[in-house]
Design a protein around this ligand. Structure first.
Ligand SMILES: Cc1ncc(COP(=O)(O)O)c(C=O)c1O
Length: 395
């Protein structure tokens, strides 16, 4: 019998997952389309590999086992799976069409909505993936400043400029690689020593799992202004989650450009580039940024419903509160059980379970896909970003 979240004496059987995985290995290089969902991130032979369906904060794998999902699709699903208001909006739009030969008015509706909640969102454009909009932001910054250098902190997508600083950069020309350098979060010196009159943009996630210390974000902002570089907030995780207006609202710091996806449409593929009117106006002609599905209407309909629900139900506050309970509860349990090798870090809206790789060290942050409900935790694989249970269900 498949395992459920209320009775879970054994590890679940994951035979079907393994069988599909064996087929995938014959056809799909690296097996997964999203690194964080792939088998390298989870415990072999114990964690499921394929999910078949989901509802609220629960998921069912292809073997029929039920889990509580603390990843929530690696960020996008902040309201819960199959959320009625969002699904109804998608279905209503589906009746009228998905992609058309002309623009659709919903493009304007979402632009007005995003502008009304995100600070500094004077102008808006859409695309489909996070790296589409971070790359568009970089191109805009280069065009606006007439410089090429990029200083980046963290992950911003798979495109050449972004992956250039990693050790998986084969296939990226050396001349492109030379234009991007990395700096460290909460280490203003690592930025101050590199930023110069060749720097077009400084791009960072305004918060990962650590709060900005010692006015870090303000100092980054000031340095950019002083050196004439644009500041880009990559709000893939913080947007529509930390606060409705993202990190700019939460921390009271303004970026020149900001990029969003994940939580904006509760799982539908939509990304948003927002920013200063004078910078964004380059998209009128000089900077080319167009894509076939940019105005796809199902995702935009989902965004209207999602933003409406986030606003009406104060979801960022709910995420903060339930997430904080989870962090405190996890850490209290770990202390009680003398499990000093594991800890939950971050903040309510985005947290992560860490498991020590070596004794007395919390070096490796493992990802926790699923913690079975009500039976202690048996299956703790990898990754706990800020996915939170459905606020309607309050779990
Ligand atoms: C902070 C951040 N920026 C950019 C991206 C790239 O987004 P996408 O995978 O949609 O291209 C990600 C993806 O996880 C991300 O976490």
């Amino acid at each position: 019998m498949p395992n459920g979240v209320r009775s879970n004496p054994d590890f679940p059987s994951v035979e079907r997952s393994e069988a599909i995985y064996n087929r995938a290995k014959q056809k799909i290089p690296s097996v997964t389309q999203t690194l964080a969902k792939g088998p390298t991130q989870y415990i072999k032979g114990v964690a499921p590999k394929y999910i078949e369906r989901a509802k609220g904060c629960r998921v069912w794998d292809v073997d029929g086992n039920e889990y509580l999902d603390f990843n929530m699709a690696i960020g996008p699903v902040s309201l819960g799976y199959c959320y009625p208001r969002v699904d109804e909006a998608i279905k209503a739009q589906l009746e009228k069409g998905i992609t058309f030969s002309l623009m659709h008015p919903i493009e304007v509706e979402v632009a007005e909505l995003v502008s009304s909640v995100v600070p500094n969102a004077e102008r808006i454009r859409y695309s489909k993936t996070g790296c589409d909009v971070t790359s568009a932001a970089i191109r805009l910054a280069r065009a606006f400043t007439r410089r090429d250098g990029i200083l980046a902190c963290g992950y911003h997508g798979w495109h050449d400029w972004a992956i250039a600083t990693t050790d998986r950069n084969r296939g990226i020309p050396g001349s492109v690689r030379a234009l991007t350098s990395a700096f460290n979060y909460n280490d203003i010196d690592s930025l101050a020593t590199q930023i110069d009159d060749k720097t077009a943009a400084v791009i960072l996630e305004p918060m990962l799992f650590e709060f900005p210390k010692d006015d870090f974000l303000l100092k980054v902002c000031d340095l950019c202004a002083k050196k004439g570089a644009l500041l880009i907030f990559d709000e893939m995780w913080t947007g529509f989650r930390l606060a409705l207006g993202g990190a700019q609202e939460f921390f009271g710091v303004r970026a020149d450009l900001a990029t969003f996806s994940k939580a904006v449409a509760n799982g539908m593929p939509l990304s948003v580039l927002a920013g200063r009117a004078d910078v964004m106006s380059l998209l009128e002609k000089d900077v080319f940024f167009y894509t076939t599905f940019g105005g796809e209407a199902l995702s935009l309909a989902a965004a209207v419903a999602t933003i409406g629900e986030l606003k009406d139900k104060f979801v960022p506050t709910v995420l903060q509160r339930t997430g904080a309970r989870l962090i405190e509860g996890y850490n209290a349990l770990a202390r009680e059980l003398s499990m000093d090798y594991t800890q939950c870090i971050g903040m309510g809206a985005r947290s992560m379970v860490g498991v020590a790789e070596a004794r007395n060290s919390l070096a490796g942050h493992a990802r926790a896909l699923v913690l079975p409900f009500g039976g202690g935790y048996r299956l703790h694989a990898r990754g706990l970003p800020g996915g939170a249970p459905n606020p309607e269900e309050g779990c």
